[in-house]
Design a protein around this ligand. Structure first.
Ligand code: B12
Ligand code: SF4
Ligand code: SF4
Length: 371
């Protein structure tokens, strides 16, 4: 065995020991010029919404050495997570990646263990585990290294699991031999446009590019303030994230069920959407411990639940109580909108003269006009 093959064998073995499969190793450097230009243009076009970190991180995204000057190689992993569609008890859909353990923890910890093993084997000294929350253009690197190809929904499509894979990388300070899957496993979207057609907000306004500020995943998870009124109906039943452009992708049809590995958060069987409106901070943190659902915070999740209840036309009593008593004006405002959708004038009128927050008052007025 050559020393390069020996190194790769050690790497694959170490990865298997920590529950990962190495999909590629790649030399770290600047992304190709065309990709860098697209990244910059995307930010300039205002498609990032409030995610300013994507815009300010553009130089780091273009070349990981601007972030970690010691980085020489990148090990890329991709974990399948396909599973049954998820929801809260009685409805309110949740993106499948969030139905079980938080992938940031799961992949992150495994990558750290891999890094330690590489250090012991003399293949790394410094290393950094990355998954999602790091200034790395993960899909670009996965595509560069042939882990998969770019779908029109902008996601990396894996030959086996379609869009149902989560990506992670380990940056290391030593050169590892390059390893890539053969390109023969690649396919392409061809004439398919299912994801563009199914997107309820028009976020996928052109193939291979997303207006993130319109995506339900952004609106329900990343956005801090009010959800723009004109997009609330398009949320349908989605209370956290959205999987529509993954569910329609034919490359995901044989992705299998990986729920056993990821587990299932008990809160989804215990809580109804209505219950989210009255959670206090301590119970919110307890129910969603170790879950990505914590990301929008207690108020953000209750805000989303109000919109979905309005769309489903249920939960009048809980919405009226939230309008009257919720400590967050953001939630009171969205409860007002939902009551307007359901046609509950009495609750709106009763609150209008008592409400002191200007934004909530204008939500009540708009809701009264809408009923
Ligand atoms: C910000 C972010 C979001 C944003 C923006 C999404 C996006 N598509 O960029 C929001 C909040 C909307 C989001 C949603 C989701 N996300 Co997200 N997200 C990220 C994050 C942190 C950064 C992505 C980024 O930099 N976007 C910036 C722009 C510039 O990317 P872009 O629109 O794709 O632009 C490129 C292309 O348009 C391309 N391009 C444009 N025109 C053309 C033309 C041609 C011919 C070509 C070849 C290329 C091309 O050039 C641009 C620059 O490269 C990554 C993790 C990471 N660090 O990379 C995860 C990540 C992309 N998300 C992920 C997931 C799972 C999701 C969701 C499925 C979660 C959910 N169920 O709700 C949805 C999917 C929505 C969708 N269709 O993308 C996974 C995707 C895994 C995969 N298989 O690809 C990632 C990689 C996280 C991870 N570690 O696994 N996400
Ligand atoms: S996740 Fe939903 S809202 Fe976002 S691009 Fe896909 S279909 Fe559209
Ligand atoms: S749904 Fe069709 S167009 Fe969209 S990513 Fe999948 S194969 Fe490509």
């Amino acid at each position: 065995m050559t020393s390069e093959n020996q190194t790769l064998a050690t790497l694959h073995e170490a990865a298997a020991e920590v529950g990962l499969v190495v999909r590629a190793t790649q030399k770290v450097g600047a992304l190709p010029n065309t990709t860098r230009t697209r990244l910059r243009q995307w930010a300039l076009d205002g498609r990032a919404g409030e995610m300013d970190y994507l815009v300010s991180n553009t130089p780091l995204l273009e070349d990981p050495r601007a972030w970690k000057s010691w980085a020489k190689s990148m090990v890329i992993v991709a974990l399948p997570y396909a599973r049954e569609a998820g929801s809260f008890r009685g409805g309110g859909r949740v993106a499948r990646y969030a139905m079980g353990r938080d992938y940031h923890n799961l992949i992150g910890k495994r990558l750290i263990r891999l890094g330690k093993r590489l250090r012991t084997a003399g293949l790394a000294d410094d290393f950094r585990a990355c998954t999602d929350a790091a200034p790395i253009a993960e899909r670009e690197w996965a595509i560069e290294s042939r882990v998969g190809w770019r779908g029109k929904n902008t996601l990396v499509l894996d030959p086996e699991y379609g869009p149902w894979v989560l990506l992670g990388e380990l940056l290391v300070d030593q050169y590892l031999p390059e390893y890539r899957a053969p390109k023969s496993r690649w396919a392409s979207c061809g004439t398919c446009t299912r994801c563009l057609e199914v997107c309820p907000t028009g976020a996928l306004d052109s193939a291979w590019s997303i207006a993130a500020r319109l995506c339900l995943s952004y609106l329900t998870i990343e956005l801090n303030g009010a959800i723009p009124t004109e997009l609330r109906s398009a949320m349908g039943e989605w209370v956290f994230g959205c999987d529509l452009c993954l569910e329609v992708c034919p490359f995901g049809d044989q992705a299998g069920d990986h729920s056993e590995e990821w587990g299932r958060l008990e809160a989804f069987d215990q809580l109804r959407l209505e219950d989210l409106l009255s959670l206090d901070e301590a119970s919110f943190l307890q129910y969603f411990q170790g879950s990505p659902i914590r990301r929008p915070g207690r108020a953000g999740l209750a805000r989303n639940a109000c919109v979905v209840l309005g769309n489903l036309g249920r939960g009048e009593a809980e919405l009226a109580k939230a309008l009257e008593t919720h400590d967050e004006p953001l939630v009171r405002g969205h409860a007002a909108w939902a009551l307007g959708q359901i046609g509950e004038r009495a609750a709106l009128q009763a609150r209008w003269s008592l409400e002191s927050d200007r934004q909530v008052r204008s939500e009540i007025e708009a809701a009264l006009e809408a009923c």
